[in-house]
Design a binder for this molecule. Structure first.
Ligand code: GLU
Length: 316
C-alpha cells in the first residue's frame, strides 16, 4: 500500500514537473501561484521516508506521501503563512518601498515553504501579537526573534533553536548611564509580551544590584515590579525609541538584534549583555507541523544551511 502510494506520487510528480517545466525554486514558491497542486505533488516526492504516523521533513531525495493532517492542510492550501518581524535587520526586515522582506528568518521561512512546495505569505507580528495570530490560526508558524522559554513551551511548540542572541540596554549618551548599576531606580521601556523586563531584573539581582526578595520567575509582572528598577510597556519598538528620545523612559531593553536599528550616534549600549535568548520556530502545540519543522531545522543546522543564512546576513 505504501509502496503503491509512493510510485503513484512519483508518477504524479513527474507529470507535475513536466507541466511546470522543471523543479520549483524559492522564488517560484514565494510568488503568488496558481499552480499549488503541482507544487504540492512535487513536494510530496521530495519528502523523507518515515513511519506512517510521523510528519517527515521534505528535504531529502527519498519520497513519501505520508504527512500528518496539519502538514497536509498547509500543502492542500498551497500557502504557508508565517509571522515575522519587519524591523529587525538580519532577521526579519521589510523594505518600506518594495514591501520585500529579508533576513535569516525570512530565508528559513522561504526554505520551509520550498520544502512543502507551497507559496509563502508573510504577516508582520510584534512580541505582543505573534501568539494571538498563531492561536487564532491566522498564521502557521512564527519566526520572529521568538525566544524559547519553559513557560512558553507550555503553550506552543518550538523547534530546536536556530540562533542565540542576548539582551542588553540602549540609553541616550546624555543620560550618563553606562552599565547595569546605572539603571538603579530608573524606568526602562520594554515591549509587552517580551522576556526583556524579567531578564533585566534577573541580571540586576545576579549582579547584586537589587535584592531578589519578591522575585518569582513564574509570576513576574513588569507592570508590578518597582524594586530597584521599574518598567513602562509598549506595543512596539518604535514607540519605545520615541519614548527614550522624549525622556519618558531612561532606557530601552530588549535583545541586541532588535535594538540595533534604534542605535544612533547619540545612543549607546550599556556594558553588559545577559540572558541568552534562543530563537526557535513556534508552532501550534501538538501539531504535526511542529515535528516537521523541527526535522528541517535540525537538518539545516547540521548541514550548514542555517550558518549560511547567518553569514549572508552578517550576523555572528
Ligand atoms: N526575543 C524576546 C522575546 O521573545 C524579545 C521580544 C521580541 O522578540 O520582540 O521575548
Amino acid at each position: 500500500m505504501k509502496r503503491f502510494t509512493k510510485v503513484f506520487v512519483a508518477a504524479l510528480t513527474a507529470s507535475a514537473m513536466l507541466l511546470a517545466g522543471c523543479g520549483s525554486t524559492a522564488e517560484e514558491t514565494a510568488a503568488p501561484a496558481e499552480t499549488t497542486e503541482e507544487t504540492a505533488a512535487e513536494t510530496t516526492d521530495t519528502a523523507a521516508e518515515t513511519d506512517e504516523d510521523e510528519a517527515a521533513p521534505a528535504d531529502s531525495a527519498e519520497a513519501d506521501s505520508e504527512y500528518g493532517p496539519d502538514v497536509q492542510a498547509i500543502i492542500d492550501r498551497g500557502v504557508l503563512r508565517v509571522g515575522v518581524k519587519n524591523a529587525v535587520e538580519g532577521f526579519g526586515f521589510q523594505d518600506t518601498i518594495t514591501g520585500e522582506y529579508s533576513g535569516m528568518e525570512i530565508s528559513i521561512a522561504e526554505k520551509i515553504a520550498e520544502s512543502l512546495g507551497v507559496d509563502i505569505e508573510f504577516t508582520t507580528v510584534t512580541a505582543a501579537t505573534r501568539t494571538e495570530l498563531l492561536d487564532s490560526g491566522d498564521i502557521d508558524c512564527v519566526l520572529a526573534t521568538f525566544t524559547i522559554t519553559d513557560e512558553r513551551k507550555e503553550n506552543w511548540d518550538f523547534s530546536t533553536p536556530y540562533y542565540t542572541d542576548h539582551v542588553t540596554v540602549l540609553v541616550e549618551n546624555a543620560s550618563g548611564i553606562t552599565d547595569l548599576a546605572g539603571l538603579a531606580d530608573k524606568t526602562v521601556g520594554v515591549s509587552s509580551g517580551s522576556t526583556s523586563a524579567k531578564s533585566l531584573v534577573s541580571a540586576m539581582i545576579d549582579a547584586g544590584l537589587i535584592s531578589g526578595d519578591g522575585f518569582d520567575e513564574e509570576t513576574f509582572d513588569p507592570a508590578l515590579w518597582t524594586t530597584g528598577v521599574s518598567f513602562q510597556q509598549y506595543d512596539d519598538y518604535p514607540a519605545i525609541s520615541t519614548a527614550l528620545s522624549a525622556g519618558e523612559v531612561d532606557a530601552f531593553c530588549v535583545d541586541k538584534s532588535i535594538l540595533a536599528i534604534y542605535q544612533t550616534d547619540s545612543r549607546s549600549y550599556i556594558e553588559e549583555e545577559f540572558a541568552p535568548q534562543d530563537y526557535g520556530v513556534a508552532t501550534t502545540k501538538g501539531s504535526d507541523f511542529s515535528t516537521y519543522v523541527d526535522g528541517l531545522i535540525t537538518t539545516w543546522l547540521a548541514d550548514g544551511t542555517i550558518q549560511g543564512f547567518i553569514e549572508e546576513n552578517n550576523l555572528q
